[in-house]
Design a binder for this molecule. Structure first.
Ligand SMILES: Nc1ncnc2c1ncn2[C@@H]1O[C@H](COP(=O)(O)OP(=O)(O)OP(=O)(O)O)[C@@H](O)[C@H]1O
Length: 303
């Protein structure tokens, strides 16, 4: 059964490619509205999840619903309710921008010229240009403008800024953030760029080896990760004995611990290991997510 309050609902969803398990009994519910970021290390299963949700691949087990519809039974009308932009920006290079727009206008009954103009206005794209002549950043902007002009209920962005320079990334984010069409739909944004996630996301979903590891606001996730600096003599405690350890580094004679889900009792632990001074400091999203992902990414996979 699917619930209309959720744009995405998966129940025990698994996807196997031969011996490789890309999605592992994933239970995921993404509520309607706002911007949801999906992050995970390379190979965590993000693109596979999108392919299954959009009906491009069948699940190996479990169920997947998107906008309340079974992903395996999406009709053209259902697809019209979903905008999709990925890093490949796959429009054919020979076609003119105005021809693409004419085609999409015919294809999508809810085509919104104003939404297209609002987004494409951030880019210096001329109607007579061929898609292949556009810069990568302009092509990304054109794809975003086309997807939003569909008036989608759900916009899925799979690493839309991959390969773009800093200026083009900023232009992409701003055209998304200031678009009134984007405000009216639910956005699922998948990226490795934490500064982008930090700017746009209301909800942070972390996938690891095809399983859900976090679903909270980015701020709440950051609050789970703390950085401690301690003046511990000699070798310090064995890493395996440090509670919640994500990373440890020794810099200028001081130990830096990045830990998960620890409170003030962690200071007592460090003191019990001989620390003379202990200091804690907050952590930004980039450090928190990357520390979290790096720990388990480096660990050997269970058989
Ligand atoms: N067509 C395929 N055949 C075999 N294995 C695949 C195939 N596509 C993906 N995989 C494997 O499934 C796992 C998940 O891949 P997926 O592309 O979904 O990850 P991802 O999170 O999108 O990674 P990235 O951030 O690198 O894009 C990986 O281990 C990958 O090797």
């Amino acid at each position: 059964m699917s619930d209309p309050d959720y744009v995405v609902q998966t129940v025990a969803l698994s996807k196997r490619y031969g011996r490789k398990l890309a999605l592992d009994r994933l239970d995921l519910q993404i509520p309607r509205g706002r911007i949801h970021a999906i992050v995970g290390a390379n190979g965590a299963g993000k693109s596979t999840l999108f392919r299954v949700l959009l009906g491009f691949l069948p699940p190996s087990a479990g169920t997947a619903h998107i906008l309340g519809r079974d992903s395996q039974r999406l009709t053209p009308a259902d697809r019209g309710r979903i905008g999709f932009v990925n890093e490949e920006h796959t429009l054919p290079g020979w076609v003119r921008v105005d021809a693409v727009v004419r085609m999409q206008r015919r294809l999508y009954p809810r085509w919104n010229e104003g939404a297209f103009a609002e987004v494409i206005g951030h880019y210096h794209v001329l109607p007579e240009q061929r898609v292949g002549q556009l810069s990568r950043g302009e092509r990304a902007g054109l794809n975003l403008a086309l997807a939003l002009a569909q008036s989608p209920e759900l916009l899925v962005l799979d690493e839309p800024t991959l390969g773009l320079d800093v200026v083009a990334k900023r232009a992409f984010l701003e055209s998304l953030m200031y678009s009134s069409a984007a405000e009216r739909c639910t956005v699922i944004y998948c990226s490795h760029q934490m500064e982008e996630i930090e700017r746009v996301a209301d909800n942070l979903i972390i996938l690891e080896r095809g399983q859900l590891k976090n679903m909270s606001t980015p701020e709440d996730f950051c609050a789970r990760v703390t950085h401690w600096v301690a003046d511990v003599p000699f070798k310090g405690p064995e890493p395996a004995a440090v509670p919640g350890l994500l990373q440890v580094q020794r810099l200028d004679g001081l130990y830096h611990y990045l830990v998960l889900d620890q409170d003030e009792t962690f200071a007592e632990f460090l003191r019990s290991c001989g620390a003379r001074s202990v200091q804690s400091m907050p952590v930004g999203l980039d450090r928190a997510v990357n520390g979290f992902l790096a720990k388990n990414h480096a660990a050997p996979a269970a058989a």
